[in-house]
Design a protein around this ligand. Structure first.
Ligand SMILES: [Zn+2]
Ligand SMILES: [Zn+2]
Length: 247
């Protein structure tokens, strides 16, 4: 079993709130510098920049996971991760169906930029990606799992946009593959505070919006090899795989 450092919550230049320095090439470069082995690209309500980050990571040994940070109707943020491009694209169509067509106002929210391989802007995404989707959290969880994805409510200790800030509890019929705490939180304190059983894995992640934040908070995944299936097993504490928040 080997240890892999994972940062599973990273925004790119496509997220309105992320720094314009968060280009796909820069993210890959910085992650490698920081000794990250596995990263997930999780822009708000979009997977559209994942492919470009994966392209830049080709041949580097860095594993890039297709992902997204959804904002549900209840304004709860959750990380959804997908194994391949087929399921990622299916999930993108789902997002397109439920994202309200509210125009982005760059002067107010920030730019939402898609880049090509040469870092040239190919599109300013028109609809504001920070809006709540017009669908509830449980339906998003169910569709994510239908696509064999992983579902991890984000920054659960944050006073806004988190499972506990919006609902106050973890519903028993919501199937989570783990819960993400912020880099400022302590695992044992959070477990006590929210009464989270040890069979639910906690992870941390940088939630990077700036290059210097990438890898600032990582979770160790104990795997035989870095594959999506092994990451799933580690989160679900199966077959000897496990996760541990780096101290
Ligand atoms: Zn968030
Ligand atoms: Zn985020």
């Amino acid at each position: 079993m080997k240890k892999f450092r994972a940062d599973l919550h990273i925004h790119t230049i496509l997220s309105p709130c992320a720094d314009l320095e968060m280009s796909p090439d820069k993210i890959v470069e910085r992650a490698i510098e920081q000794g990250v082995d596995i990263l997930a690209i999780t822009d708000h309500n979009s997977t559209r920049q994942c492919a470009m980050v994966k392209k830049h990571a080709e041949g580097t040994g860095l594993m890039v996971i297709n992902g997204c940070e959804v904002n549900s109707r209840e304004e709860i943020h959750a990380i959804c991760l997908f194994e391949d491009d087929y399921t990622r694209d299916k999930f993108q169509r789902f997002l397109d169906q439920y994202l309200p067509e509210i125009p982005n106002r760059p002067e107010y929210h920030g730019h939402q930029v898609l880049l090509n391989r040469k870092n040239q802007i190919t599109q300013y995404f028109p609809h504001y990606l920070g809006s709540p989707l017009q669908i509830d959290l449980e339906s998003i969880e169910q569709y994510t799992h239908q696509l064999n994805g992983l579902f991890i409510p984000a920054h659960i200790d944050r006073p806004i946009n988190s499972l506990y800030s919006q609902l106050g509890y973890l519903p028993s019929d919501l199937h989570v593959d783990g819960l993400q705490i912020t880099r400022f939180a302590d695992e044992q304190t959070i477990r006590k505070q929210y009464d989270i059983h040890s069979d639910t894995s906690l992870i941390t992640a940088s939630d990077a919006h700036y290059p210097e934040d990438i890898g600032a908070a990582c979770t160790s995944f104990y795997l035989f090899e870095p594959t999506f299936q092994e990451i799933r097993w580690a989160l679900n504490q199966k077959n000897g795989r496990s996760v541990k928040i780096e101290s």
